[in-house]
Write a protein that binds this ligand. Structure first.
Ligand code: DAK
Length: 261
């Protein structure tokens, strides 16, 4: 199937995924969500991609939200199907085994801000702008905004952003912990790819298990979380990568590369 709203490029062990509807500021309509679903499956099924960079096409937007023109016309059933599709795709992205870095090149509003929050790491261009405009459209955030934003920036700040619909700039997003770093617009993709490349060069199984432990651990009490960590830590000792890397360290030589996927 030929995809037009979501582009997938592979660069070494890193996948670059681009939401590609620049004329509509990369707004997420059903078609785009379905294509994103296909692309995430393709990445999940490949055994040579170890990190993903997700960005938006054009200079203006990462993703300006769910597609308002499409939502405006929806009946109850279509609205329900749209919600189910969107939540399935976002959760699939969040639980993808390998890390995903959002390279936020412009507006990240509503479903766009929520999409970035379903990623593991967010790097913003100095031009990026964030916000949850939903209550101004008569709806609540629907792709996890009320939950992921509060977890990332705390309840008070999440409430201010959601109730007021005020946009915040990249520096403010950095200050409140919504993004990991802010870089010049022209450096954004290179910075994101560089970080993705560094992650992709580490032991893939250990990276995947770390992601799993953090994501699962954040949802449970500390005692259970520590047990999750102990389990994944133990699992690493079933890999050749652990033996090879530790042997190389002890023998003071450089490891050629990791074997386990
Ligand atoms: N949907 C559809 N088209 C959009 C769009 C959007 N979200 N955002 C921008 N566009 C389109 C504009 O209509 C315009 O199209 P043309 O008129 O050229 O055909 C084109 O992109 C360029 O936009 P502007 O002309 O408006 O550009 P400006 O520079 O003047 O303004 C802006 C940029 C980002 C400030 C403005 O476009 C804007 O306010 N856009 C809407 C942002 C927004 O409110 N986003 C949140 C949408 S609500 C759910 C799950 C999730 C959601 C809902 C339900 N369930 C589970 C049930 C999510 C909801 C949302 O995301």
């Amino acid at each position: 199937m030929e995809l037009k709203n979501v582009l997938l490029q592979k660069e070494g062990n890193v996948a670059l995924v681009t939401i590609n509807r620049p004329k509509a500021l990369n707004a997420l309509n059903s078609e785009t969500l379905k294509e994103l679903d296909i692309v995430i499956d393709e990445i999940a099924n490949s055994n040579d991609i170890f990190a993903v960079v997700l960005t938006g096409a054009g200079e203006k937007a990462f993703v300006a939200g769910a597609d308002i023109s499409e939502m405006k016309e929806m009946n109850v059933l279509q609205g329900r199907n749209f919600a189910i599709l969107g939540n399935k795709v976002f959760r699939k992205l969040e639980t993808l085994e390998i890390p995903v870095i959002a390279a936020i090149n412009g507006f990240a509003l509503g479903g766009g801000c929520e999409l970035s929050m379903a990623c593991d790491i967010r790097i913003a261009s100095e031009k990026a702008k964030f916000g949850q405009p939903e209550v101004g459209l008569g709806i609540t955030p629907g792709f996890g905004g009320t939950q992921r934003l509060a977890r990332l920036v705390g309840m008070g700040m999440a409430k201010e952003i959601i109730y007021s619909t005020r946009l915040i700039d990249a520096q403010k997003a950095l200050q409140i912990g919504l993004v990991n770093s802010v870089v010049a617009p022209e450096a954004l993709l290179d910075e994101a790819k560089k970080l993705a490349g560094e992650i992709a060069s580490k032991a893939p199984v250990a990276v995947k298990l770390s992601k799993q432990a953090i994501n699962r651990g954040m949802q449970v009490d500390m005692d259970t979380a520590i047990m999750i960590e102990a389990e994944v830590f133990g699992e690493c000792f079933s890999t050749e990568d652990q033996t090879d890397a530790m042997t190389a360290f002890v023998e003071k030589r450089k490891l050629e590369g990791f074997k386990n996927r």
